[in-house]
Design a protein around this ligand. Structure first.
Ligand code: UD1
Ligand code: UDP
Length: 372
């Protein structure tokens, strides 16, 4: 097999966390692969935090982030930037991850140059194109352009088979989020936040950022959180606040005045994983956290009406609670007061693999190029 050029494209924090183990694995095989890391920087600070933890130096950086830019603006900048790079570099395959606008634009740019596309974390679905928005459409569009589907679970494989994608090109690998956890577990972290999270309190880890939750849904959830903390003196919340201005504004307005609600900047992922491990429960609308928390045996209340990650529901570690104030309030109370329920949810069976997803992905890429 000739040495092949692999372009790995990503732009946001979660893509970076889940692509980092794939990059590390490709680099271990550098006699077979030249790895080009192309970041769009759809996120800037939150992306750079991940690159630092995993010690990744991008080959290209499109630096597209502008405050509050629209989805169309991101798509246009990413596509044009990638077109120039793809024409110059002529990669043998482009790898994209998940469902962000960066990933969709990258897949389309690769398709226009007729470059094979590998989709990492393929096959997730809610089948409601506005939920989550715009991620559900992004991932379906990417899967319509992709040639290789690296799916985390059997269920995600089934989704793709139902859509008539070729079984020969669907590979069940587990989720690279678990590989990333395996890596951060090896890192020592000391931080004042960890000292503050004393065991005399039950700590709720809260994150919220989804676009469909901006405005009223977030307002409702934050009111529920404020109420529950006011009522339980042994309860505290830590919330790393997403840098999205829409989120920042509401958090300051509704959660800013309570000593037992710690509002902190986005945390580096090695520290964040230690924070998950110390939490009593996770309250989130994040996709990635639904995969990570089961690996730490922490129950998750999902602040959405639907999830594309039903494996966690089946395993019993997730509960979808929506964003209505009363429902969120009572769900948190339920977990605080019902030890049986808590024990059941925290008895996690991690459905996302054993931390070898990136090895499996790179092996499949190698097999493909060896046979073609
Ligand atoms: C994006 C992804 C979403 C993913 C989330 C992970 C799309 C459409 N959305 O969310 O799927 O779950 O990232 O966090 O691709 N900002 C900064 N610095 C940063 C990051 C963001 O200042 O490091 C601010 C900017 O003003 C930016 C805004 O946050 O315009 C929103 O960023 P954006 O990438 O559009 O985030 P989301 O769509 O919320
Ligand atoms: N994360 C992090 N620091 C934080 C909050 C989250 O490193 O302060 C990590 C988390 O461990 C997970 C990912 O970011 O791997 C989730 O990102 P996010 O919730 O922004 O996006 P989503 O997963 O919903 O696409």
């Amino acid at each position: 097999m000739d040495r092949k050029k692999i372009a790995v494209v990503f732009g946001t924090r979660p893509e970076a966390i889940k692509m980092a183990p794939v990059i590390k694995e490709l680099e271990k095989n550098n006699h077979n692969f030249e790895t080009q890391v192309i970041v769009t920087a759809q996120h800037r600070e939150m992306l750079d935090q991940v690159l630092k933890v995993f010690k990744i130096k991008p080959t290209y950086d499109l630096n597209v982030m502008k405050k509050n830019q629209s989805l169309s603006e991101i798509t246009i900048s990413v596509m044009k930037g990638l077109e120039d790079i793809f024409l110059k570099e002529l990669p043998d395959i482009v790898l994209v991850h998940g469902d962000t606008t960066t990933s969709f634009a990258a897949a389309l740019a690769a398709y226009y140059q007729q470059i094979p596309i590998g989709h990492v974390e393929a096959g997730l679905r809610t089948y409601d194109k506005y939920f989550p928005f715009p991620e559900e459409a992004n991932r379906q569009l990417i899967d319509n352009l992709a040639d290789f589907f690296f799916v985390p679970t059997e269920l995600t494989k089934k989704n793709l088979l139902n859509e008539n994608k070729p079984e020969t090109n669907i590979f069940v690998t587990g989720n690279t989020a678990i590989d990333a956890i395996m890596y951060t577990k090896t890192l020592e972290v000391e931080h004042p936040l960890l000292d503050k999270m004393t065991p005399d309190k039950k700590w709720i880890l809260l994150t919220m950022h989804r676009r469909e939750n901006h405005g009223e849904p977030m307002r409702n959830v934050f009111k529920a959180v404020k109420r529950i903390v006011d009522e339980h003196k042994d309860l505290a919340v830590v919330m790393p606040v997403h840098l999205s201005p829409a989120v920042q504004k509401l958090v300051k307005e509704l959660l800013g005045n309570q000593d037992r609600i710690l509002l902190v900047k986005p945390l580096e992922v090695d520290l964040f994983h230690k924070v998950i491990a110390r939490a009593y429960m996770v309250l989130t609308d994040s996709g990635g956290l639904q995969e990570e928390a089961p690996a730490f045996d922490i129950p998750v209340l999902v602040l959405r009406d639907k999830t594309e990650r039903p494996e966690g529901l089946e395993a019993g570690t997730l509960k979808v609670v929506g964003t209505e104030q009363e429902m969120v309030f009572h769900s948190i109370n339920g977990l605080l007061n019902d030890q049986k329920l808590y024990d059941k949810m925290s008895k996690a069976i991690n459905p996302y693999g054993d931390g070898t997803a990136s090895r499996r992905i790179v092996k499949k890429i190698h097999e493909y190029f060896s046979n073609n």
